[in-house]
Design a protein around this ligand. Structure first.
Ligand SMILES: [Zn+2]
Length: 422
């Protein structure tokens, strides 16, 4: 405790190291070769305790890096504390897959991020502060909806256990951006991308503009959670079937059951379809992206709800996208270009059943070279009445539907609940 006190005071009274200082421009001991195999590529070093070893911009943990700063600031966390990685290894092997070294195939996560303790044991042993950006574990899920026979989820004793719990393998993935690759994906110059990231974050990472030699950025944003149903080795095996739903976070519906959208019902439908595929000998995969409110955030989302409900003529499918654009300036900030990276990380080359109606997700996945068999829409019975506004507007805008696409006239007839009716 005494030692910790001393370290804390040292940390507080020390000189501030400006990350943009010219003294840090050397390539350092650990240059990165993005796309190469782990040992050749080199470890991703985001430690803040040993600035000369760093070979990336930003810090580990995505947005949680700021909570870590608060913990250090308040004295609750020793700033030089390192994770003890004993027994934290992935519960199943994932990869390596050929996609991990295909140029430009994976640019928004570290494909070796779950194997840090294994691939760089030597460096960790010699005192280098390395941290995994991916963790793989197991869980059991209790989905209350499946108590109803209507979902058709049957107990098999292995995937769906006696009592109804579902066995899964799950992975958490923090973002790791290769800036040249991200720029290429968005068809902008790397300079422009770096400058915009710098300016739009209020200048939080000066190295974006002062250290062109650092090409990897750990952005302070949410990551991805994967839920794998059935045998994880079936996911990349094109001789076995794969059902997949790519789902973007919607806290209001996913967790709280809000009925203004189809998010939770479609997610649960996706899980049911995943379970059934796993029970047939294939595998199921839910990709859950932390991109709340089309990556515009919940504050924007709730403002849009009010604007939708209060507009003249009520909450109409005809003006659904317009209302979002009025508040946010853009209809959608999810930009699915980066989304397929995690599918390539899992070694996927074909999705037999994609449980999504999104044309943007479908296009991003197929354009990235993954084949898609069937597209599975949400069953009509699962759509809450107030969510018809969103669903019909999306169908008119290009969402996949086996039915006729609604016309402009049809959209005018779809009106949701008034604010006084809540
Ligand atoms: Zn939703």
């Amino acid at each position: 405790m005494l030692l910790w006190g001393k370290l804390m005071s040292t940390n507080r009274s020390g000189h501030i190291r400006l990350t943009s200082h010219p003294g840090h421009r050397s390539p350092g001991r650990y240059p990165l070769r993005w796309g190469a195999a782990a040992r050749e590529r080199g470890p991703i070093i985001g430690t803040v305790t040993s600035p000369n070893d760093r070979n990336v911009i930003g810090a580990h943990g995505g947005s949680y890096a700021l909570y870590r700063a608060l913990a250090v600031s308040s004295g609750a966390l020793n700033p030089i504390a390192r994770p003890d990685l004993t027994n934290t290894a992935p519960v199943v092997d994932i990869g390596p897959f050929p996609q991990w070294s295909e140029p430009g195939r994976i640019v928004s996560l570290d494909p070796w991020g779950h194997r840090v303790a294994q691939d760089f044991a030597e460096e960790i042993g010699s005192g280098l502060d390395l941290r995994p950006s991916i963790a793989v574990t197991k869980a059991r899920l209790t989905i209350p909806e499946f108590a109803s026979k209507a979902w058709g989820v049957e107990t098999d004793g292995e995937i769906v256990r006696k009592g109804g719990d579902i066995s899964v393998t799950k992975a958490a993935v923090d973002p790791v951006w290769h800036l040249p690759g991200i720029a290429e994906r968005f068809k902008v110059s790397e300079d422009k991308l770096r400058r915009t990231l710098f300016e739009q974050t209020g200048g939080i990472y000066p190295e974006l503009v002062t250290r062109p030699d650092l090409s990897v950025f750990l952005p302070p944003i949410g990551g991805i959670t994967l839920y794998i149903f059935g045998d994880p080795s079936a996911v990349a095996d094109c001789k076995r079937t794969l059902t997949c739903r790519v789902h973007d976070e919607c806290n209001g519906s996913d967790v709280f059951g809000s009925d203004i959208c189809t998010c939770r019902p479609y997610l649960i439908h996706g899980i049911a379809e995943c379970v059934k595929d796993a029970q047939r000998g294939g595998a199921g995969l839910i990709v859950y992206n932390r991109k709340e409110g089309r990556a515009l955030g919940e504050v924007t989302k709730f403002l849009v709800y009010n604007a939708r409900k209060r507009q003249e003529g009520g909450d109409q499918a005809a003006t659904y996208f317009e209302r979002t654009e009025c508040v946010a300036g853009v209809q959608d900030a999810r930009f699915q270009q980066l989304m397929p990276d995690v599918l390539h990380w899992l070694g996927i080359t074909r999705i037999d059943r994609l449980v999504s109606m999104s044309n943007m997700k479908y296009d991003a996945i197929t354009e990235s070279g993954i084949e898609i068999g069937e597209r599975v829409p949400i069953p009509a019975a699962l759509v809450p009445p107030d969510a018809q506004v969103e669903l019909e507007a999306k169908k008119a805008a290009g969402y996949y539907t086996p039915e006729t696409t609604p016309s402009a006239e049809d959209l005018k007839a779809v009106v949701g609940r008034d604010l006084n009716e809540f």
